[in-house]
Write a protein that binds this ligand. Structure first.
Ligand SMILES: Cc1cc2nc3c(=O)[nH]c(=O)nc-3n(C[C@H](O)[C@H](O)[C@H](O)COP(=O)(O)OP(=O)(O)OC[C@H]3O[C@@H](n4cnc5c(N)ncnc54)[C@H](O)[C@@H]3O)c2cc1C
Ligand SMILES: *[C@@H]1O[C@H](CO)[C@@H](O)[C@H](O)[C@H]1NC(C)=O
Ligand SMILES: *[C@@H]1O[C@H](CO)[C@@H](O)[C@H](O)[C@H]1NC(C)=O
Length: 605
């Protein structure tokens, strides 16, 4: 902290008011330096007004990208596969819409919402047991509602490791598979969890003569497995999953910060050099935090632990203060103050080894060496006992906590270097517009391999992942939103990026299905498994290109990320935000206050 303060010129320093500094300080002191023990678990995503009827379902942030509330007539919580079959049969017999909700529902996108308003929610929160485990063969079968944390632990107790996973272990195996979730690797089968599936049981609707629902058992070699592995939840309810695991291994992790001049070239090779390599790019500071992360023999000394700072619980008071500071910085519209504040999180995270420790308690320096199950993922904020909301995960919707969008899209490895170079060009035009990304620890670049899954990646890719400020007020412009919007359109429109199914704002999914060469195969399986479309919703129909568009042209839709603006009314003209072309990617259409020659071009068209 002192090092930081002295490196900042006095006049800039004064831009931060006492309140802002106070806010940051509270956050630092309470949130980061006192590793807290207690925390409230996340809220229940499914809430019913009367018993199990008259329900709403939401995600863990309490808000879908379009800010609508999702209603369902009732919810069921099966404990066994028989109960699950009965639940699907009841919905199928009545032709009622149905969707699966999970223990915490971590997807941003509105995937868990049943169609219409009188659908049924089937929660997998009680389907969380290990069904079988064969340590000799390395096979583990679990129920689909099992939380990744529990899965990793159960496997480790038998000496087994899931080689790749998302970095956050609060998700369920059924949910993470449905959205194609991944870690980072180009080695072996790659980083997507669905590559390690060797069997699945899925409950689908069926004819009356079959009792309205059947269990389909799929194993390696069955082409349907390529549909069911990454299903967006539209094929039926996955009951069980069988994973091929590896003998437990150790990893050695080192983070190394360098400048970002050669990032395009490095990104092309880094994933080949390091099995679990990734890169966190801080575009405003012009820095990249390279993750060197490789397997080492189990005999290597070290009992390291990854308890990532961003996934720990924080005192409610600190989170509220932090959000208030963010809101002030937004309102004040001072890039200088925002950029000053933006240095703090990355500096602090670096100082504390990002939450890694060499022995489970102390961070003494890199490398951190430890068992896979202790390094691959974290998320301690989900798992502590109720403490009456004294502390929570950063994004807990029950308090006025930091509220953000999460964008994540993959670009073919062959094209990623030019995308990065164009993004650098945009950054160089207006570096301070990128402070917001630095403040949320930058853009995480991770490797994902080509998959046989119909809705998996069709090519080896780099996934770009970042979060940024979201207003609690609908239609309220964000500072420098034009730059982030241009960046996303550049990726999606020019570089054929595919959005992560569980993240992003709605506009990113417009026409997405055309980017999947095997989409037709997926839709054939969908027609066979769910001919009446009870697992379809308005949102999944839009995403799958069946009906409607995820680009909703309406007032302030460009501000909300539910459309690409094509008219000033899609922005906030009353607040000075108009629909303009991008600065580097001139085909982009973004809401901005800018007045350039581009305006006239657009108006003439
Ligand atoms: C803090 C955080 C960090 C993250 N980190 C990563 C990361 O490192 N890598 C990554 O790829 N993603 C990451 N994600 C995204 C996350 O992996 C996905 O959003 C994931 O799908 C969430 O899983 P869930 O269990 O909460 O599923 P939900 O969001 O509840 O469900 C997702 C979809 O799957 C369906 N579904 C769930 N279970 C079943 C089932 N049994 N049968 C049929 N359909 C089902 C649901 O209906 C829904 O359509 C992160 C998210 C958060 C919040
Ligand atoms: C669910 O709601 C529907 C419509 O309101 C009703 O017909 C059905 O009986 C309910 N089912 C259960 C299990 O409560
Ligand atoms: C299943 O969920 C229950 C209830 O939250 C929990 O107590 C239990 O530990 C979980 N079981 C497993 C195997 O993870």
């Amino acid at each position: 902290m002192p090092a930081l303060a002295t490196s900042v010129p006095q006049h800039i320093h004064e831009e931060l008011t006492m309140a802002e500094r106070g806010g940051l300080l509270t956050f630092l002191l309470l949130g980061l330096f006192l590793g807290l023990a207690g925390s409230s678990p996340p809220p229940e995503p499914v809430e019913c007004a009367h018993g199990t009827s008259d329900c709403t379902v939401t995600n863990v942030y309490g808000s879908f990208p379009d800010r609508t509330v999702c209603r369902a007539a009732n919810a069921t919580f099966p404990r066994t596969e028989e109960e699950l079959v009965a639940a699907v049969a009841a919905a199928a017999a009545a032709k009622r819409k149905v969707k699966v909700a999970t223990r915490h529902s971590h997807s941003f996108t509105k995937l868990a919402c049943p169609g219409g308003r009188d659908g049924t929610i089937i929660s997998t929160k009680r389907l969380n047991k290990t069904v079988s485990l064969d340590a000799a063969k390395g096979l583990m079968t679990v129920e689909s509602g099992m939380v990744l944390k529990d899965l990793i632990q159960a496997a480790a107790e038998a000496g087994l490791a899931l080689p790749h996973s998302p970095y956050w272990y609060g998700v369920t195996i059924g949910g993470l598979l449905a959205t194609g979730a991944h870690g980072s690797s180009l080695w072996g089968k790659g980083s997507a969890v669905h590559e390690y599936i060797v069997g699945m049981r899925i409950v689908t609707p069926a004819l009356a003569s079959q009792g309205f629902a059947v269990v389909r058992e799929l194993s390696v070699g069955d082409p349907d497995l390529d549909a069911v592995k990454v299903s967006l939840g539209v094929l039926g309810v996955v009951s069980q999953v069988t994973l091929a695991l590896q003998p437990m291994f150790k990893r050695s992790v080192t983070f190394e910060t360098r400048d970002d001049m050669d990032l395009p070239a490095q990104a092309a090779v880094w994933g080949r050099l390091h099995e679990f390599g990734d890169m966190a790019w801080l575009p405003w500071q012009g820095k990249v935090i390279y993750r060197k992360d490789n397997r080492v023999p189990v005999s290597t000394k070290g009992h390291g632990l990854n308890d990532y700072l961003g996934y720990r619980s924080n005192p409610t008071l600190a989170l509220i203060t932090d959000r208030a500071t963010e809101e002030r910085l937004e309102e004040d519209n001072s890039d200088i103050a925002r950029c000053l504040a933006a240095r703090v999180p990355s500096a602090l995270f670096e100082l504390q080894g990002y939450g890694f420790t060499n022995d489970g308690s102390f961070f003494t320096g890199w490398p951190v060496i430890g068992f896979q199950n202790r390094i691959q993922a974290s998320g301690t904020c989900i798992s502590s006992p109720e403490d009456g909301l004294l502390s929570t995960c950063t994004w807990d919707p029950r308090i006025r906590s930091p509220f953000f969008y999460s964008s994540s899209f993959s670009i073919a490895l062959s094209k990623a270097p030019s995308f990065i170079a164009e993004m650098q060009k945009l950054r160089d035009l207006k570096p301070c517009a990128f402070c917001g990304l630095d403040a949320t620890l930058g853009v995480l670049l991770r490797y994902v391999k080509a998959s046989s899954a119909y809705l998996g990646k069709s090519e080896d890719s780099i996934d770009f992942d970042f979060t940024y400020y979201r207003s609690y007020t609908q239609g309220e412009p964000r500072a420098n939103s034009d730059v982030v919007d241009e960046l996303e359109q550049l990726a999606l429109c020019k570089y054929d990026a595919v959005p992560h199914w569980g993240k992003n704002r709605n506009f990113a999914f417009d026409g997405v299905i055309a980017k999947y060469p095997k989409a037709a195969e997926f839709l054939k399986v969908k027609a066979r498994y769910d001919p009446d479309g009870i697992f379809s919703s308005e949102w999944s129909d839009q995403v799958l290109g069946a009906k409607g568009s995820s680009n909703m042209a309406e007032k302030s839709c460009g501000i909300e990320g539910i459309c690409i603006c094509s008219d000033d009314s899609h922005c906030a003209p009353e607040k000075g935000y108009f629909c303009h072309p991008g600065k580097v990617f001139t085909d982009a259409r973004v809401c901005s206050t800018r007045r350039t020659f581009g305006d006239d071009l657009l108006k003439e068209q």
